[in-house]
Design a protein around this ligand. Structure first.
Ligand code: ASP
Length: 322
C-alpha cells in the first residue's frame, strides 16, 4: 500500500512539473513619448519605481502565482506612484480633473475587464479585474462602474487624491498655451506576464491624454486596442496616442498576425508599429509570447520600460537606443 501511495505521489509530482513552462517573466512599461534628458535624480526615481514594480510581479511568478496577479501587482505599484500617468499623478482633463481608464485580460480564458471614465477609484486596474471576475460584462464606465466597485469594497478616494502639484502646474501652463497641438503626455502604465503554467495576462492603466475632453476614452481600456492576451499567441500592453491605437486595433492585430499568419512575436510587433508610424501615430507596446520571448517597440524618443525573465537579470531602460 505504502509503495502504491509513493508511486502515485511521484506521478502527481511529475505531472505538475510537466505543466510548468520553462520560462516565465514580466515586462512593464510606464508610458512612451517625448522623454529626453531627464535630470539624473528623476531618472533614478523612475528606475527605482519600475524595478520595484517588476520585482514585485516577478516574485509572484517565481513563487508559482498567476500572471494575472503579477500584472495587477506591478500596475498597482505604478498607479500609486505620482511619477506615472495612472492613479495618483494622472494627467488632467480639459476641465482639470483626473478621469481614469484601465483594462486587464486573461490569456487562458480570454476573459477581460475594463473600466473607463472613473474619478474616485484609487486603483482602476483592480476595478477592471473585478468587472472581469465578478460581472457578466467586459466594460463599465463612470458612476455605474464605481457603484459596482462599491459592492466589492473597492478603495475609493476623493478626486483630489489623484492631483499632484506637478500635474496641476502642468495643467495650468497647458491651459494657457492650449490649442498647441502638441499636448501629448506620457506615463500610462502597463504590464504583461507569462506564469509558470504557460498562462499569459496583460493590463494597462492610465489617466489618458493631457487636456483630453471630459468623456474622451482612449485605447487603454479597450480590449484589442491597448490591451490583449491569448495563451495561443501573446500578451500585449500599449501606450501612446490612443486614437491611433483604437483605429488600428494594435494589441489584437499583433496577436492575430501570430495566430493567422504565423509571424514571430517580434515580426508581428514590428509590422504593427510600422503601420502605426505610417498613419502618424506615436507610441509603443510591450509584449510577451507563450514561450517567454519578449518584444518592446516604440516610435517615440523614449519609453519607460523594463523586464525580468526567469534566469535573467532585471533590465530597465528609458531612452531610445541609438
Ligand atoms: N494611450 C493612452 C490614451 O490614449 C495615453 C498614453 O498611453 O500615454 O489614453
Amino acid at each position: 500500500m505504502r509503495i502504491l501511495i509513493r508511486i502515485l505521489f511521484f506521478i502527481l509530482l511529475s505531472i505538475s512539473t510537466i505543466a510548468q513552462s520553462a520560462k516565465y517573466g514580466i515586462v512593464v512599461h510606464g508610458g512612451a513619448g517625448v522623454i529626453k534628458n531627464l535630470p539624473p535624480d528623476k531618472e533614478k526615481e523612475y528606475i527605482s519605481k519600475l524595478s520595484e514594480a517588476i520585482e514585485a510581479g516577478y516574485k509572484i511568478l517565481e513563487s508559482g502565482g498567476s500572471s494575472l496577479d503579477a500584472v495587477t501587482k506591478a500596475i498597482n505599484i505604478l498607479e500609486d506612484s505620482p511619477l506615472f500617468n495612472a492613479g495618483k499623478g494622472a494627467v488632467l482633463t480639459e476641465n482639470g480633473i483626473a478621469e481614469l481608464d484601465a483594462s486587464i485580460m486573461d490569456g487562458k480564458t480570454l476573459m477581460a475587464g475594463a473600466v473607463a471614465g472613473v474619478h474616485h477609484v484609487k486603483n482602476p486596474i483592480n476595478l477592471a479585474r473585478l468587472i472581469m471576475e465578478k460581472s457578466p460584462h467586459v466594460m463599465m464606465i463612470g458612476n455605474g462602474a464605481e457603484e459596482f466597485g462599491k459592492l466589492f469594497n473597492i478603495e475609493l478616494v476623493d478626486s483630489s487624491y489623484f492631483i499632484t502639484n506637478e500635474r496641476w502646474n502642468q495643467y495650468l501652463k497647458m491651459k494657457q498655451e492650449y490649442e498647441k497641438k502638441d499636448v501629448e503626455k506620457h506615463g500610462t502604465v502597463g504590464a504583461v506576464a507569462l506564469d509558470k503554467y504557460g498562462n499569459l495576462a496583460a493590463g494597462t492603466s492610465t489617466g489618458g491624454m493631457m487636456m483630453k475632453k471630459f468623456g474622451r476614452v482612449g485605447d487603454s481600456p479597450i480590449i484589442g486596442a491597448g490591451t490583449y492576451a491569448n495563451n495561443n499567441t501573446c500578451a500585449v500592453s500599449g501606450t501612446g496616442h490612443g486614437e491611433y491605437f483604437i483605429r488600428l486595433g494594435i494589441a489584437r492585430d499583433i496577436s492575430s498576425l501570430m495566430e493567422y499568419k504565423n509571424l514571430s512575436l517580434s515580426d508581428a510587433v514590428k509590422e504593427v508599429i510600422n503601420k502605426l508610424t505610417q498613419i502618424g501615430g506615436t507610441g509603443g507596446v510591450i509584449a510577451i509570447d507563450k514561450s517567454g520571448n519578449i518584444a518592446i517597440t516604440f516610435n517615440t524618443d523614449g519609453m519607460f520600460r523594463g523586464y525580468l525573465l526567469s534566469d535573467e537579470k532585471i533590465n530597465i531602460k528609458i531612452y531610445k537606443e541609438e
